[in-house]
Design a binder for this molecule. Structure first.
Ligand SMILES: *[C@@H]1O[C@H](CO)[C@@H](O)[C@H](O)[C@H]1NC(C)=O
Ligand SMILES: *[C@@H]1O[C@H](CO)[C@@H](O)[C@H](O)[C@H]1NC(C)=O
Ligand SMILES: *[C@@H]1O[C@H](CO)[C@@H](O)[C@H](O)[C@H]1NC(C)=O
Ligand SMILES: *[C@@H]1O[C@H](CO)[C@@H](O)[C@H](O)[C@H]1NC(C)=O
Ligand SMILES: *[C@@H]1O[C@H](CO)[C@@H](O)[C@H](O)[C@H]1NC(C)=O
Length: 394
C-alpha cells in the first residue's frame, strides 16, 4: 500500500502537471506597441467593403491616427477631422494592423484597454487569423458594431468540420447565438459565402462592448488556445483577476467559467488553426455595420442608412482604441510564438460576419494601395452579394 506521504507527493505532482505555467513571450505597450505590427495599407477595404482607407504607417502617424499618448497608452483612431460631405466615394482614414509575429497553439493572449471604438457606423475588432484564410482559421476576440452593448466571440475555419456543441452552454457564461440544432457551425465556405458569420457566442456581461465598456474604464479580454480547445474571457475593469496585469503569471484556472468555450471535441484546435496573426482595426459601415437591418437595430434614429454618416467627422469622436497592453504568454518554451510572418499573409481574414472574399492579394501587404485581390473584382463583388443575401436571412 502506498504511504500517505507518497500519495500526497503524487497528488502534488499531478496538480502541478495539470496547472500550466505561462511565460510572457510578447509584451506590447507604449513605445513598443506599434513596432510589433504591419500596417495593411489599402485604399479599398476588399474584405469587408467598408467606407474606409487603411493608411500606411507613416501616413497614419502623421495624421495622428496611431500614437502613444502621454500616459503611455497606444491610441488607434479613425480620422475625426476630415469633412467628406458631398463626396459619394468618400472613405474615412483609419488603419488595419497585423502582428509581425505569429501566435502558436499553446498561447494565452491578454488585451487590456480603457476605451474601444464605438458609434453609429463604427465596427472595431480584435481577432487573430491564419496566413491562409479560412484554411488556417480565425479567432474573433472582440467584435460588434454601431451602438451594440455586448461583445461577440466567434471562430471561422476552412475545411475542418468545426462546430461549437450547444452542450457547452453549462461550461460557458456567454450565449450561443448561431445555434442550428445541437451545434453552432464554425466552418465557412467563402466561395459561396456560406456561414461567414461563424459560430458566435454573445457575451452576457454588461460593459463588454462600446460605450458601456469605455464608461466603465474598459477591461480585459483573454483568449486561451491550446490542445483542449479555445476559451475566451471578458472582465470589466472592477472584475479583472489579480493574476492579470501584475507581476504574477496569469492563471486561467482561477478565472471561473469562460465567456465562450470551443472544446476540442467539436473543433480540432491544432488542425483547424494555423499560426495566427494578431489583427486589430476599425472599419466603418461595410458588410456588418452597414447592413441595413443590423444598422437599424441600434442606429435607426441616427440616419436612414450607415453610409449617410461617414462624411461627418463629428460622428467619429468616440471611434478610438486606448490600449494599456497586449500580451501573449505561452505554456511551453517549445511553442513560443517567435516564428515571424516573413512573407506576410497570403489571404485576408474577415473580422467576423464580413463578406470575406477569400481572395489573396499577391502584392506586399504593406505596399502601396495597389494591392489587388487575385480574384477578379467581379468575383469578390459576387461573393459580397451572396453574403449579403445570406445575411438577410439571419
Ligand atoms: C463541461 O463541464 C463539466 C463539469 O466540469 C465537465 O465534466 C465536461 O467535460 C465539460 N464539457 C466540456 C465540453 O468542456
Ligand atoms: C457547416 O457549414 C458548412 C458550410 O459552410 C457545411 O459544409 C457543413 O456541412 C456544416 N457542418 C455541419 C455539421 O452542419
Ligand atoms: C442613404 O441615405 C442618404 C440620406 O438620406 C441618401 O442620400 C442615400 O441615397 C442613402 N444611401 C443608400 C445606399 O441608400
Ligand atoms: C477627435 O476625437 C478625439 C478623441 O479621440 C477628441 O479628443 C478630439 O477633440 C476630436 N476632434 C474634434 C475635431 O472634435
Ligand atoms: C490587407 O488589405 C487588403 C485590402 O483590403 C485585403 O485584400 C487583404 O486581405 C488584407 N490582408 C489581410 C491579411 O487581411
Amino acid at each position: 500500500m502506498p504511504s500517505l506521504r507518497s500519495l500526497a507527493i503524487l497528488a502534488a505532482a499531478l496538480s502541478a502537471a495539470r496547472a500550466q505555467t505561462y511565460t510572457l513571450s510578447q509584451d506590447l505597450s507604449g513605445a513598443n506597441f506599434f513596432s510589433a505590427f504591419k500596417y495593411n495599407e489599402s485604399a479599398v477595404d476588399f474584405n469587408n467593403f467598408g467606407n474606409v482607407h487603411f493608411l500606411g504607417e507613416d501616413d497614419a502617424n502623421n495624421a495622428k491616427l496611431t500614437f502613444v499618448d502621454s500616459n503611455n497608452r497606444a491610441i488607434i483612431k479613425v480620422d475625426n477631422t476630415t469633412n467628406g460631405a458631398g463626396d459619394p466615394t468618400f472613405g474615412r482614414n483609419t488603419v488595419y494592423l497585423m502582428s509581425n509575429k505569429l501566435m502558436t497553439i499553446g498561447s494565452l493572449l491578454i488585451f487590456d484597454a480603457n476605451h474601444m471604438p464605438f458609434g453609429c457606423s463604427v465596427w472595431p475588432s480584435l481577432f487573430t487569423q491564419g496566413q491562409v484564410w479560412p484554411a488556417q482559421g480565425e479567432i474573433d476576440i472582440i467584435e460588434n458594431v454601431n451602438l451594440a452593448t455586448n461583445n461577440r466571440f466567434s471562430l471561422h475555419v476552412g475545411d475542418d468540420n468545426c462546430v461549437q456543441p450547444t452542450s457547452v452552454s453549462g461550461n460557458q457564461t456567454g450565449q450561443i447565438s448561431t445555434a442550428n440544432g445541437d451545434i453552432s457551425n464554425c466552418t465557412v465556405t467563402p466561395a459561396t459565402g456560406q456561414n461567414t458569420i461563424g459560430c458566435v457566442t454573445s457575451e452576457t456581461k454588461d460593459n463588454s462592448f462600446g460605450q458601456g465598456f469605455s464608461s466603465a474604464g474598459g477591461g480585459v479580454f483573454a483568449a486561451l488556445w491550446d490542445e483542449s480547445g479555445i476559451a475566451m474571457w471578458f472582465f470589466s475593469r472592477p472584475d479583472v483577476p489579480s493574476n492579470i496585469g501584475g507581476t504574477a503569471a496569469p492563471d486561467p484556472t482561477t478565472w471561473g467559467k469562460a465567456s465562450a468555450w470551443y472544446p476540442a471535441s467539436g473543433c480540432n484546435p491544432s488542425t483547424a488553426f494555423g499560426p495566427q496573426i494578431i489583427t486589430l482595426y476599425i472599419d466603418i459601415c461595410g458588410a456588418f455595420a452597414g447592413q441595413q437591418s443590423v444598422f437599424e437595430q441600434s442606429c435607426a434614429s441616427a440616419a436612414p442608412n450607415c453610409s449617410a454618416l461617414v462624411g461627418d467627422p463629428a460622428n467619429y469622436n468616440d471611434a478610438y482604441w486606448e490600449i494599456n497592453y497586449l500580451r501573449v504568454f505561452t505554456n511551453s518554451a517549445n511553442v513560443a510564438d517567435t516564428s515571424s510572418a516573413s512573407s506576410g499573409p497570403t489571404s485576408g481574414g474577415s473580422a467576423g460576419t464580413g463578406s470575406q472574399s477569400g481572395s489573396s492579394p499577391s502584392a506586399s501587404q504593406t505596399g502601396s494601395s495597389g494591392a489587388l485581390p487575385s480574384l477578379p473584382l467581379s468575383a469578390s463583388l459576387l461573393t459580397a452579394a451572396l453574403v449579403l443575401v445570406g445575411m438577410l436571412s439571419l
